[in-house]
Design a protein around this ligand. Structure first.
Ligand code: MLC
Ligand code: AMP
Length: 503
């Protein structure tokens, strides 16, 4: 079934109730949500788009942006959300790879994108600003208020989410309507969402966390969103007395703990704090408990599979673990030859279930590599079971840095640094960072005569790629540590750089 149809069936009894309230206090009821998404679907269909056509969007967070996503689902188009931090070169890759029929961007960026959108074969370059205005809104305003949802099968393509890869080339994870509905239903039940819930939504809406996890269970429950354009700890604190739930990356909790106003009283009316997308430090978990008397519920997921495991709603929420497999999801931790391991033995985390994606967009080879012969998806994470069945994520097999909940693949940054005149080679690693969890850090070997400074390297990288990928620290070294095979020893480098940082 079309995921939107499924959500709409659930919120049908709540049409006159508020679905979303923005920071200015403007509200949209469920009936208005239904009407706005129908208009989006009618408008896009009127442009001549067909089932499976891609609708790409790099837009500031706004209620209209959310309607665009849900309207695209209704019409059977594949939505392709893009991080607002991406620069031209990054956008050009996604457009060329996904070949969207429609690309919606911020009005201020439209002129700069016109050429690359044309070259990528985009038929309609539309705009939508953070204030809700733009050519998309102009078109939608005139469109029909009724729309018959496109019938979609469970394996019908709903969303393409690009995730970077170890080669530096991003892969588009194909998420289906069945993936969305099964995960939404599991989360609504597991986390006990009801029509009485009010969720503070301060996450970006171009990733799984903010777009799916923090929205779909709310729709299914007929609950309410307090929609905040960006994460501001003071605004979140200010909203708590009117809210019941918050979802965030660990950096949210670290920054909230730095607010003197965070107290038991401030969090009194809340019933649920969820953390995910990156490891939550035990210190943060414990400090949150003592300051608010609430225990953060940590869960584990990824773009390719939505949510995979969660600590329990009732029962012990154990810090340093990501809990149990969600209902319907199978998880195994394996060693050599995909042999399942028992408690206490670290190994590769593999998963199966209705939440697992349909493969990487136009990359059948890559897709095959990421699944075992018996159809388990290889997450690239290293996990370990406790005796009583809690999973802990103890490391990563993939060369990945997670900074403030965003994934950064070192290869992509190394390629940019290596192209800077005066650089011989570089290696990028993540070192512990009090705010972002891990900080992107580069070790650079420069040519003898090169007068290259740390600021030069940072400026060059910043001019090309998204800000969150830019190294927070650059260290010049005479050579990179290598093993006998000539492979850079990233573990050793990480230790060296982290030690140096602490001196
Ligand atoms: C912003 N900056 C970052 C950064 N975010 N640097 C490193 N890591 C980050 N995560 C940099 C900017 O480039 C800028 O640099 C400066 O910080 C200020 O930018 P900002 O936009 O004002 O930052 P801020 O609002 O403070 O953003 C921090 C944040 C944000 C933590 C609120 O990063 C965030 O919302 N993260 C959530 C990510 C997320 O939703 N992940 C879910 C992925 S889904 P300069 O130099 O220009 O000043 C997933 C699956 C799952 O992982 O399991 O959920
Ligand atoms: P993404 O590809 O952006 O969806 O990021 C998914 C990755 O985030 C996972 O493969 C994990 O490495 C990481 N991740 C998500 N949740 C957690 C968590 N609670 N603890 C540790 N790592 C996590």
């Amino acid at each position: 079934m079309n995921a939107y149809t499924c959500f709409a069936g659930a919120f049908a009894v709540r049409r006159s109730e508020i679905f979303l309230e923005d920071e200015r206090g403007t509200v949209w009821t469920y009936a208005e949500l239904d009407r706005e998404t129908a208009r989006v679907a009618s408008f896009l269909t009127g442009l001549g788009l067909g089932r499976g056509d891609r609708v790409a969007a790099q837009i500031e967070k706004s209620p209209q942006g959310l309607f665009l996503y849900l309207g695209a689902l209704r019409a059977g188009f594949a939505y392709l959300p893009l991080n607002t931090a991406y620069q031209k070169g990054e956008i050009a890759y996604f457009l060329e790879d996904a070949e969207p029929a429609v690309f919606v961007c911020d009005p201020a960026r439209a002129e700069g994108y016109a050429g690359l959108a044309r070259r990528a074969g985009v038929l309609h370059l539309l705009t939508l600003g953070g204030d809700g205005g733009g050519t998309l809104t102009d078109g939608v305003r005139e469109a029909a208020e009724e729309f018959r949802d496109a019938p979609m099968s469970a394996d019908g393509l709903a969303v393409i989410i690009y995730t970077s890869g170890t080669t530096g080339r991003s892969k588009g994870a194909m998420v289906t309507h069945g993936n969305l509905t099964s995960n939404a239903a599991a989360l609504k039940d597991y986390w006990r969402f009801t029509e009485r819930d009010v969720l503070i939504h301060a996450l970006p809406v171009f990733h799984v966390h903010g777009l799916f996890v923090a929205v779909h269970p709310v729709l299914l429950a007929g609950a309410r969103l307090l929609f905040q354009r960006r994460f501001d700890p003071k605004a979140v604190l200010g909203a708590m007395p009117r809210a019941t739930a918050l979802m965030g990356v660990p950096t949210f909790y670290v920054r909230l703990l730095a607010e003197p106003g965070l107290s038991r009283e401030a969090a009194q009316g809340m019933r649920l704090f969820v953390s995910g997308s990156a490891p939550l430090l035990l210190d943060t978990f414990a400090e949150w408990q003592s300051r608010t008397a609430h225990t953060i519920l940590e869960r584990y997921g990824m773009s390719e599979a939505g949510m995979i495991t969660s600590n329990p709603y009732e029962g012990e929420r154990r810090g340093g673990t990501v809990g149990f497999p969600l209902p319907g999801v199978s998880v195994r931790v394996v060693g050599a030859y995909d042999r399942p391991l028992g408690a206490g033995e670290p190994g590769a985390v593999q998963i199966r279930g209705p939440n697992v994606f349909a493969g990487y967009w136009r990359m059948p080879e890559k897709t095959r590599e990421e699944f075992t012969a018996d159809a388990w998806f290889k997450t690239g994470d290293v996990g370990q079971w406790s005796e009583d069945g809690y999973l802990s994520i103890v490391g990563r097999a993939k060369d990945l840095i997670i900074s403030g909940g965003y994934n950064v693949y070192p290869k992509e940054i190394e390629l940019v640094i290596d192209a800077i005149p005066g650089v011989v080679e570089s290696a990028v690693v993540g070192i512990p960072h009090p705010d972002f969890g891990e900080a992107v850090t580069a070790a650079v070997v420069r040519q003898d005569e090169a007068a290259l400074t740390e600021a030069d390297v940072i400026a060059r990288v910043k001019a090309e790629i998204a800000g969150y990928k830019v190294p927070k620290l650059v260290r010049f070294v005479d050579e990179l540590p290598r093993n006998a095979m000539g492979k850079v020893q990233k573990g050793l480098l990480r230790e060296q750089l982290a030690r140096e940082r602490m001196l």
